[in-house]
Design a binder for this molecule. Structure first.
Ligand code: PXP
Length: 246
C-alpha cells in the first residue's frame, strides 16, 4: 500500500499570514524522510493554500513522486502539462466548499474532463479520477481514454463509520468492481488515525491520500518541542542582563 501525504494544510497555516512559514516543500521532505511514498497537493482555483510557486518547487524537490490534484481550469492544466508530475488526480471544485465535497459527476457532459484527461495522459502523466464509490461512475471512468486509476472518495465512510458499516461495504464493492474493470484503485478524504485501518485492509486499494489528520497530528506532536525552543531563546536573551527591579 502506498501512502501519499497531502501537505495542503501546511500551506493553509502559512497563508493565514502570507509569510514563508511553514513551508509545504520542507514538510514534503520531512514526510518523505518518515516513509511517505508520495506527496500530494491540490492547486485550487482560488489558491487558498498551495500556490503555483509551491508546485514548481515541489516538482524539483520531491524525491518520491508528486501527485497533483486539480480541476479542469485551463491555467492549472497547462501548469500540470509543463511540470509533468508523476500523477494528476482530477477533482471537482466549487469555490464556496470547505473541502472537496463529493467526487466527479461523470453522468452528464464529460467532454472537458475527457479532453483534460487525454492531454495529461498524452504528456506521460498518470491520470486518476476522484469519484464516489458508485458502480456506474466507475464504469464511466473505465471507459475514458487515458484514465489509469480512480481515487474513491472516503468522505461518506469517514462521516458514518462510527454508527454503520454501509459505507465500508460500498468501498469494498467499488474497489473490487474497479479492479475488475482494469483500473488501479486509490482512496482518500477524511481518513484519520481512528478510521484508516478498515480501508487500508481493502486488498484492491493500492494508494491512500491522507492530509488533514496527519497535519493535525504533526501540530500537536510538535507543540511541546516548539515551545521549549522559544522558551530557551527568550531565557538565553536575558541571562546576562541585570534583573529588573520589582
Ligand atoms: N484525496 C483528494 C482527492 C482530496 O481532494 C483530498 C483533500 O484535499 C484528500 C485526498 C485528502 O483528504 P484529507 O485532507 O481529509 O485527508
Amino acid at each position: 500500500m502506498r501512502l501519499y501525504v497531502n501537505v495542503d494544510h501546511v500551506a493553509t497555516v502559512r497563508q493565514a499570514r502570507r509569510t514563508d512559514e511553514p513551508d509545504p516543500v520542507e514538510a514534503a521532505s520531512r514526510c518523505e524522510r518518515a516513509g511517505a511514498d508520495g506527496i500530494t497537493v491540490h492547486l485550487r482555483e482560488d489558491r487558498r493554500h498551495i500556490q503555483d510557486d509551491d508546485v514548481h518547487r515541489l516538482a524539483r524537490a520531491v524525491t518520491t513522486v508528486l501527485n497533483l490534484e486539480l480541476a479542469t481550469s485551463e491555467d492549472i492544466v497547462q501548469l500540470a502539462c509543463a511540470l509533468r508530475p508523476h500523477q494528476a488526480t482530477l477533482v471537482p471544485e466549487r469555490r464556496q466548499e470547505i473541502t472537496t465535497e463529493g467526487g466527479l459527476d461523470l453522468s452528464g457532459d464529460t467532454g472537458r474532463l475527457a479532453e483534460v484527461a487525454g492531454r495529461l495522459a498524452d504528456v506521460g502523466i498518470r491520470v486518476s479520477l476522484f469519484i464516489d464509490p458508485d458502480v456506474p461512475t466507475i464504469d464511466r471512468a473505465a471507459a475514458m481514454h487515458g484514465v489509469a486509476a480512480i481515487e474513491l472518495h472516503t468522505g461518506e465512510y469517514a462521516n458514518t463509520y462510527r454508527t454503520a458499516d454501509t459505507a465500508l461495504h460500498r468501498l469494498l464493492a467499488a474497489s473490487a468492481h474497479a479492479r475488475a474493470a482494469g483500473l488501479a484503485v486509490h482512496a482518500g478524504h477524511g481518513l484519520t488515525y481512528r478510521n484508516v485501518t478498515p480501508v487500508a485492509a481493502i486488498g484492491e486499494i493500492e494508494e491512500l491520500n491522507i492530509g488533514h489528520s496527519i497535519v493535525s497530528r504533526a501540530i500537536m506532536h510538535g507543540m511541546e518541542e516548539a515551545v521549549r525552543e522559544m522558551r530557551r531563546l527568550v531565557d538565553v536573551a536575558r541571562v546576562d542582563q541585570p534583573k529588573a527591579s520589582p
